[in-house]
Design a protein around this ligand. Structure first.
Ligand code: UVW
Length: 322
């Protein structure tokens, strides 16, 4: 048993919270900030019409495979019908000679670029907005990914390139940064992180995954780089009313908080307590290169995860238009 403190001890009895802010039945949390005004504000950041798709490829076979949280596996896609299925006796026949291919797939809903449901993580038996954790049994009755998928996520996106800011191709294992570093990088990039911005943060970690091409080394001492917990950082997210954090890491924060060893406290502090939506495993490198080339770091961000009823999360292919 680890001697890390309990989540409640780390985050505090009176941790910053948005529970109840949007009523007792809310399942959208900070995505409520993204109203029609925010959509129109985002549209104003389209200048050149370049489109970037931010999902990684699912089921790549030419490299290390898909980057995943330990214990999860990548998509298992199986071909059910192909040209061979139409040969011989008993083959299906459609008037006109139509042939087609069909696949099935077994996937972890968190096994690619994805939105976490707001209820995906919890502590002390309570999810986002105070829902009982027993509502997760055999499918999420509350704060599943479905409300996020029904709403869609559209607004002004801003990209902070922490790897570039630190002069690195990618951050190191366990390397951390905080809100002050985000502000400093934004200033150096000549952009402001504004209230209600969809905050995209690049660490280069996915580039490391593909370029390293060595799973054993990648997972050895697994500790992703990322944002690290402090109460001030959580208050910063709350006061800026950030609706959505998008990163190119598997779990959006340093895996183990360095001082205490607690795993993924920001999942609890930001998602469970504040209702900030988390988007993980986003491919931000091409977007970052384009932003760096002309110094424009804001864009229209649009995403909608798949509408999985009771889902703990769902794959998504977000789009940035600049
Ligand atoms: C966990 O919750 C463990 O990870 P993720 O948010 O990446 O799904």
């Amino acid at each position: 048993m680890s001697d890390a403190p309990a989540m409640r001890e780390l985050l505090g009895e009176n941790a910053p919270s948005n529970w109840g802010k949007w009523g007792p039945d809310d399942e959208l949390g900070c995505l409520n900030y993204l109203d029609t005004k925010e959509v129109l504000r985002g549209v104003q950041h389209i200048r050149s019409g370049e489109v970037f798709t931010l999902q990684i490829q699912m089921g790549r076979t030419d490299g290390p495979g898909d980057p995943l949280w330990p214990g999860r596996s990548g998509i298992e896609r199986q071909n059910i019908l192909d040209e061979g299925s139409w040969d011989g006796e008993g083959a299906p026949a459609f008037p006109g000679g139509l042939h087609y291919a069909d696949d099935t797939a077994k996937i972890f809903l968190q096994g690619s670029t994805q939105y976490d449901a707001l209820g995906h993580v919890w502590y002390d038996g309570k999810l986002w907005n105070g829902y009982d954790a027993r509502t997760t049994v055999e499918g999420m009755e509350k704060a599943s990914v479905l409300p996020i998928a029904e709403k869609g996520v559209v607004g002004r996106g801003v990209l902070i390139d922490m790897a570039r800011h630190r002069g690195k191709d990618w951050l190191d294992k366990g390397e951390t940064f905080d809100h002050n570093d985000l502000e400093a990088a934004a200033k150096a990039q000549g952009v402001q992180i504004e209230p209600h911005d969809i905050l995209c943060v690049r660490t280069g970690w996915l580039k490391y995954w593909y370029e390293l091409n060595d799973k054993e080394q990648f997972y050895d001492g697994f500790n992703e780089p990322g944002l690290t917990y402090s109460r001030e950082l959580v208050e910063w997210f709350q006061s800026r009313e950030i609706p959505n954090l998008v990163t190119d890491t598997i779990a959006n924060e340093v895996t183990y908080e360095p001082e205490t060893g607690v795993a993924l406290p920001l999942h609890c502090a930001l998602m469970r307590n504040l209702g900030v939506a988390l988007t993980e495993i986003a491919w931000l490198d091409d977007l970052a290169d384009a932003c760096a080339a002309d110094g424009r770091w804001s864009f229209l961000y649009a995403a909608a995860p798949l509408k999985v009823v009771k889902g703990t999360g769902a794959p998504v292919n977000p789009i940035a238009i600049r």
